[in-house]
Design a protein around this ligand. Structure first.
Ligand SMILES: Nc1ncnc2c1ncn2[C@@H]1O[C@H](COP(=O)(O)OP(=O)(O)O)[C@@H](O)[C@H]1O
Ligand SMILES: O=C(OP(=O)(O)O)[C@H](O)COP(=O)(O)O
Length: 401
């Protein structure tokens, strides 16, 4: 089934006094003191919330946090209230539950433009089971459903999918629309040359993405831990580098597929190797074809960075998923940082750059370059599934445009 991109949006609906159930992905990391460690997902949800508030809607905000098994205080959404209130400029009201009488009372008592935050929907096992009765209860409190939870759109849960069977209209928020515009729209109709950079730890987690992108891109750049499986398949010595022995044939068939589709496939030419997997490991730069026995590849080398950068200078659209090395260790972050800087640089020159979720986003944020990219996805798993060409249940359930 082709990926659905055109979904109903908020448009010019008269929302004054209407109760709107807004599913957002407020699944942010909290530190031990229950402080928000990264508020990106909250800030990404603000434009839709502000719009609905401005229209005089009574806003009922639903989200999950973490993967609790039943009611678990450390997964409460309560720690988000001060930051949300600050960002929205209103006192956000917190409910102790996500369904039931108290929620109904609080929702009815909201002033036009007021915001009620429901407690974690995953405190009910029925949420992940997509239980129809639970979905009906969530739906019963509102007149309209808006889904802005892109990061959770690959889950067919009660608050992302089931609820739409009982609450219409069911439309996309601005964040959801923006994610689809870039991850489906820009990828389907790219300005060319179109390059994909795929990294990360394993080939096995990226097979679907690589296969799908090979039908769309002109250039495919590979980095990260997966390249050693490609090298070994080509007969290179890879030392103690990460290799998926059962994926050697697959690596060769992906190389063949690139050839037959006329895609220029670039693998690193030099590697930063380490004597063990540690932040303070001994390291040196070696040719990709000559990794010494007792060493492991943890980053791409300077020659690869130069070649990748020169290639990226020729592109008009770039999508990036997965770091070039073990960027969590400063010593092996240079390749990932250099790619992030190059993408920031070419974005300023008019290239469309899309960062597809997960660790690549963390790397771009760590480098302080997030605001310099065309689009940074708020969904790891969701963006991966979209890039694989899958349809997301949370998107499919929405009204057509
Ligand atoms: N050469 C390597 N050897 C081992 N692990 C690597 C290597 N390069 C990157 N990684 C690891 O890959 C992980 C990210 O992989 P993945 O989850 O597939 O990426 P993403 O989250 O961007 O999709 C990071 O934790 C990084 O340390
Ligand atoms: O953080 C999320 O996914 P992600 O880590 O793949 O981006 C989403 O909130 C979905 O959470 P889930 O993977 O527990 O369903």
């Amino acid at each position: 089934m082709p990926t659905k991109r055109s979904v109903g949006t908020l448009g010019e609906k008269d929302l004054s006094g209407k109760k709107v159930l807004l599913r957002a992905d407020l699944n942010v990391p909290l530190d031990d003191g229950q402080r928000i460690a990264d508020d990106n997902r909250i800030r990404a949800s603000v434009p839709t919330i502000n719009f609905l508030m401005g229209k005089g809607a009574k806003l009922i905000l639903a989200s999950h946090l973490g993967r609790p098994k039943g009611v678990t205080p450390k997964y409460s959404l309560k720690p988000l209230v001060p930051r949300l209130s600050e960002l929205l400029g209103v006192d956000v009201v917190m409910a102790n539950d996500c369904i039931g009488e108290e929620v109904e009372k609080l929702a009815t008592a909201l002033p036009d433009g007021g915001v009620l935050l429901l407690e974690n929907v995953r405190f009910y096992k029925e949420e992940e089971k997509n239980d129809p009765e639970f979905a009906k209860k969530l739906a019963s409190v509102a007149d309209l459903y808006v889904n802005d939870a892109f990061g959770t759109a690959h889950r067919a849960h009660a608050s992302t999918e089931g609820v739409t069977k009982y609450l219409r209209p069911a439309v996309a928020g601005f964040l959801m629309q923006k994610e689809l515009d870039y991850l489906v729209g820009a990828v389907a109709n790219p300005k060319k040359p179109f390059a994909a950079i795929v990294g990360g730890s394993k080939v096995s987690t990226k097979i679907g993405v690589i296969e799908s992108l090979l039908s769309k891109v002109d250039i495919l750049i590979l980095g990260g831990g997966m390249i050693y499986t490609f090298y070994k398949a080509q007969g290179y010595a890879v030392g103690k580098s990460l290799v998926e022995e059962d994926k050697l044939e697959l690596a060769n068939s992906l190389t063949e597929m690139a050839k037959s589709k006329g895609v220029s496939l670039l693998l690193p030419t030099d590697i930063v190797v380490a004597d063990n997997f540690a932040a303070d490991a001994e390291s040196k730069i070696v040719p990709a074809s000559a990794i010494p026995d007792a060493w492991m590849g943890l980053d791409i080398g300077p020659d690869s960075i130069k070649k990748f950068s020169e290639t990226l200078d020729t592109t008009k659209t770039v999508i990036w998923n997965g770091p070039m090395g073990v960027f969590e260790f400063e010593k092996f972050a240079a390749g990932t940082d250099a790619i992030a800087k190059k993408l920031a640089d070419i974005t300023a020159k008019g290239v469309t750059t899309i960062i597809g979720g997960g660790d690549s986003v963390a790397a771009v944020e760590k480098a302080g370059l997030a605001s310099k990219m065309s689009h940074i996805s708020t969904g790891g798993g969701a963006s991966l599934e979209l890039l694989e060409g899958k349809t997301l249940p949370g998107v499919l359930a929405l009204d057509d445009a």
